[in-house]
Design a protein. Structure first.
Length: 306
C-alpha cells in the first residue's frame, strides 16, 4: 500500500509553512506561523487549527436498513459491531457513497469558485488461490468547500475476496491545485476506471503494472507544487469479537478526519436516508440540525452477486 505520501498534518512546521505559502499565499503562512507560536507559548484560544492538518480519523458504521421504514438510522463505532461471519473468504463489492469536503487548502487565485479537484486513491488486497494481490483505484472528483462531491454508489472494487482474517484498506485524498496536473487527472476519469475495478477469483498478472501506475500517479501528484495530500488512513476490518479494532460487515463505513480520537460520539449522529447525509440529531435547545463538519468519506461493503 502507499507508504511514501505524507499528509500535511504529518509534515514538519517548515514544510507546512512552505506549502501554505505555495498554495494560499504569504499571508496565510504568516497567520499559521503566528498561531503555532501562540500555541507554543501556551496561549489558549488563539490558534484556529485548520481541519486538513488533522491526522486522526474516527470510524463509524451504518448497518444495512429496511428502506422506507424510517428516515434516520443509527451510526455506531466500527469497533462496536458484530462481524458478518458469512463474509469470510467471500467476494464483496466496495463502493464510494459520499465524499465531503469540509475544509481543504484554498488556492490564493481560484477566481472565487473555491472548487477543489480531489484525487481519491483506494487500495486493498484481493485474496486469491491462497495468495493475495494488491489492487488500487484512483478517481478524481470536484467539490466546493463545505459541500459534497457529486458521487454516490460509485464502484471501487467489484468482487474483492476477503481473507478468512478480514480485509485491509488504504485510502488517500490529494488536493490538486496545480493547473497542469488538473489537466492530467482528467485522463484518470476514463470509462474503464469509472466502471470500478472488476476482480477475479484467480490471480490477474495484468493488475500488477496497473497498481504500480496508480500508486506512482498518486505519489507524483501528492508531491507536486501547489498540490496537498489531505487525508490518509489505513483501516483493517476483521472477524474478531470483543476486541479493539474494527469489524467487517455489510453496510456503510463513515470515516471522518478529526483532531481527537474521542471527538465524535456516534450516538449523537444518524444517517439521513432522505438526504443521504450524516446529521447531528442530539441538539441543544434551539439548535438547528447540521451535517458532519469534517472532511469525510463514506464507503459501502455489500455482497458480490454472480
Amino acid at each position: 500500500m502507499i507508504s511514501d505520501i505524507k499528509p500535511l498534518g504529518e509534515q514538519s512546521f517548515d514544510e507546512i509553512l512552505a506549502k501554505l505559502e505555495e498554495i494560499e499565499g504569504p499571508e496565510s503562512a504568516r497567520s499559521f506561523a503566528g498561531e503555532e507560536k501562540a500555541e507554543r507559548l501556551g496561549l489558549e484560544g488563539v490558534r484556529s487549527r485548520k481541519p486538513w492538518l488533522n491526522t486522526q480519523h474516527q470510524y463509524g458504521f451504518v448497518p444495512r436498513f429496511t428502506p422506507g421504514a424510517e428516515r434516520h438510522h443509527k451510526i455506531v463505532s466500527a469497533s462496536n459491531i458484530h462481524a458478518d461471519e458469512t463474509l469470510k473468504s467471500k467476494r464483496i463489492n466496495i463502493k464510494l457513497d459520499y465524499l465531503h469536503v469540509h475544509s481543504y487548502p484554498t488556492p490564493l487565485i481560484n477566481l472565487g469558485t473555491n472548487i477543489h479537484t480531489i484525487l481519491f486513491s483506494f487500495e486493498a488486497r484481493n485474496q486469491v488461490q491462497g495468495n493475495s494481490e494488491a489492487v488500487a483505484f484512483n478517481q478524481t472528483y470536484e467539490a466546493r468547500s463545505g459541500q459534497d462531491a457529486a458521487v454516490t454508489g460509485y464502484p471501487i472494487f467489484i468482487g474483492l475476496t476477503a481473507s478468512p482474517n478480514g480485509v485491509a484498506f488504504s485510502c488517500r485524498t490529494v488536493n490538486v491545485n496545480n493547473s497542469t496536473d488538473q489537466q492530467l487527472v482528467k485522463a484518470i476519469n476514463s470509462e474503464t476506471v469509472t466502471a470500478g475495478l472488476s476482480l477475479l477469483t484467480t490471480t490477474q498478472p495484468a493488475l500488477a503494472p496497473f497498481v504500480d501506475v496508480a500508486r506512482a500517479l498518486c505519489v507524483s501528484l501528492a508531491n507536486h507544487s501547489k498540490n496537498a495530500p489531505v487525508q490518509k488512513f489505513v483501516l483493517g476490518l476483521d472477524f474478531d469479537t470483543g476486541t479493539a479494532g474494527a469489524r467487517l460487515a455489510v453496510g456503510n463505513y463513515v470515516v471522518a478526519q478529526v483532531a481527537r480520537a474521542d471527538e465524535i460520539n456516534w450516538s449523537d449522529w444518524k444517517f439521513d436516508s432522505e438526504t443521504g447525509t450524516v446529521v447531528r440529531i442530539n441538539l441543544a435547545e434551539g439548535e438547528t440540525p447540521y451535517s458532519l463538519p469534517y472532511n469525510a468519506i463514506v464507503f459501502r461493503v455489500s455482497p458480490y452477486a454472480e
